[in-house]
Design a protein around this ligand. Structure first.
Ligand SMILES: [Mg+2]
Length: 389
């Protein structure tokens, strides 16, 4: 049986999953796209005034010693035949967006560094596109086709080495540095190449921005049942359970939701989804359940048999300060936050609403609830929400 081993090997994370992709002389290259008569000429973007600096130079201009961040006075002296152009940031942004689209068509793990360069982790893209080195080759083709500009790509086990590799093979190059050869690649490089970043830090120069946490679009939970559910009470109880799970995630991640979506897949695989947006965003299971339950009851038809239920919260906003909690004091969120604390201390399911105690879907009924029906507050089969608010 060799196939499973091959399958496993193809799924294993490659040892050099990191790409650094950098468009070549980006601004100058876009200027050439705008005016093809500039191709092959020393194009210099920026520095059109007497006190400006060069922001980008074509490789023809670089041969004269011109590089970005150089004062224009010096650039003019080094390259008197240079064609100096004012920057056209609108055009650069359009092309940068295309660049981003191309990269995202390979992997969602793209970390932009600036308009024209990015780190990518293609460790999860190998099944679709091949080994990272192949991914880099395909990406370079796709960038040239989609953006019209050549790029250089470094492939390595770390961002640091990948970035040095792409710089090393510019322009229009591809350099793969196997993890085992990283030291051999680094050692002969001029120390300036390695310490440029350190030099900048030593001079207090550090343009790295603070990258905020990206808010998720939605937080949801769904379950497919071992057997189809046809009892409204039981279905509502599952919605309560799902709403509680979603709310706990919202609280844990620090979000409140404006919109609740119910998803119900029927036994015949028809899937129904219904959404409602509420005025006050919430992270309380009872609130989510209130909406999800109403959406469920408003579904058309009767005698439904439910195969899957889902509750999703979207329209997320960052949970504010405690003032909202004060406004809500005494409501269900106090109870749910207390349950959060108990679960954090004693594990999931260590405390729950009595209503959910004897959910029997794939779980043993709670012995206590089975023995003493008064522990179950008569929710089953009533079709009424289990909360009295
Ligand atoms: Mg670049």
């Amino acid at each position: 049986m060799i196939w499973p081993a091959v399958a496993w090997a193809s799924m294993a994370r490659p040892s050099e999953p990191i790409l650094h992709v950098d468009l070549d002389a980006f601004y100058a290259s876009v200027e050439v796209l705008k005016d093809p008569s500039l191709r092959g000429k020393p194009v210099i973007v920026g520095g059109t005034g007497s006190r400006g600096v060069v922001t980008s130079a074509s490789y023809e201009a670089r041969r004269s010693g011109v590089h970005s961040a150089m004062p224009s006075v010096r650039a003019r002296r080094l390259c008197p035949e240079g064609i100096f152009l004012p920057p056209d940031f609108e055009a650069y942004r359009v092309h940068s967006n295309r660049f981003r689209e191309v990269m995202l068509s390979f992997t969602p793990l793209v970390e932009p560094i600036s308009l024209d360069e990015a780190f990518l982790d293609v460790g999860g893209a190998t099944r679709l596109f091949g080994e990272p080195r192949e991914v880099a080759g395909k990406m370079r083709d796709a960038v040239l086709e989609g953006v019209g500009v050549t790029c250089s790509a470094g492939v390595a086990s770390t961002k640091f080495v990948a970035k040095l590799a792409s710089a090393h093979c510019k322009p229009d190059g591809l350099l793969h540095v196997p993890a085992t050869q990283a030291i051999g690649f680094l050692e002969p490089l001029p120390v300036g190449r390695l310490s440029r970043h350190l030099t900048q830090l030593a001079h207090g120069l550090d343009e790295r921005e603070v990258i905020p946490y990206e808010a998720p679009k939605s937080i949801g939970h769904e379950e497919t049942f071992d057997r189809d559910l046809d009892d409204d009470g039981e279905i509502l109880r599952e919605l309560l359970h799902l709403s509680g799970r979603v709310a706990a995630r919202l609280r844990e991640d620090g979000y409140r939701a404006h919109t609740v979506t119910l998803k119900a897949r029927l036994a015949n695989f028809t899937t129904l989804t219904r959404s409602r947006t509420v005025r006050d965003p919430t992270d309380v299971g009872a609130d989510l359940y209130q909406v999800a339950g109403e959406l469920y009851r408003a579904l058309p038809g009767t005698g439904r048999r439910i195969r899957l239920l889902g509750v999703q919260a979207s329209g997320l906003v960052r949970a504010g300060a405690e003032q909202l909690a004060l406004l809500r004091a005494g409501r269900w969120d106090d109870v749910e936050r207390t349950l959060d604390r108990i679960e954090r201390r004693f594990g999931r399911g260590s405390a729950t609403q009595a209503t959910l105690l004897d959910r029997d879907r794939g779980r043993p009924r709670s012995p206590a609830a089975a023995r003493d029906p008064t522990l179950d507050p008569g929710f089953r089969g009533s079709g009424e929400p289990p909360y009295n608010r």
